[in-house]
Design a protein around this ligand. Sequence first.
Ligand SMILES: CC(C)(COP(=O)(O)OP(=O)(O)OC[C@H]1O[C@@H](n2cnc3c(N)ncnc32)[C@H](O)[C@@H]1OP(=O)(O)O)[C@@H](O)C(=O)NCCC(=O)NCCS
Length: 167
Amino acid sequence: MKSSQHKIILEPIDRSNFLKLFNMQLRPEQTTFVTPPRWTLARCYVRLFGDNFEHLPHLIRAGDAVVGYATTACDPNSHDNYWIDDIMIAAEHQGKGYGRAAMVEVLKMIAARYPRCEAVQLTCFRTNLNAAALYISLGFRPTGGVDEEFGEPNYKLSGTALAEFRK
Ligand SMILES: CC(C)(COP(=O)(O)OP(=O)(O)OC[C@H]1O[C@@H](n2cnc3c(N)ncnc32)[C@H](O)[C@@H]1OP(=O)(O)O)[C@@H](O)C(=O)NCCC(=O)NCCS
């Protein structure tokens, strides 16, 4: 069954559920594509992007199963500093549509939570062709810029493509 037929819930990570993060595994060739689970929480704790950013880690839940996680870092007073810092679907759950469904829920969450948001951004490694195809299909476009941390290309979703997630 493809994910569009599953209901995806974004569950805020707190002391009651954070251990679910730690058993998630990627395929060996994917391990450099995303911040490992422990690091994603550490980045939130230290507010890596700055005190003006709200860092929100979420488990991605499909029914009873926790299938992945997504972390956002957003400056609610800005127009375009709204970042999907990490998204990962565990290896055994990939290819079933959960990643697409989770991206849609993350984008809807950002659009609803941050009324000033005019653009959502992310970084995708050049060799991560599957993720790039997903982002392009959702309306993200390369900005031509690169991420300060990794030197990898940035992508942005804005305008009518972003408005789709406010409906
Ligand atoms: C990228 C990722 C989140 C996608 O999640 P997923 O659940 O496997 O993806 P889905 O099954 O929802 O597929 C969504 C789209 O991704 C792309 N995709 C996913 N797997 C693919 C594959 N094996 N080959 C080609 N494209 C693929 C396609 O564009 C697909 O489009 P479709 O919905 O029309 O089929 C997941 O593969 C992952 O966690 N990868 C490792 C970590 C990572 O790279 N995170 C992103 C960092 S930028």
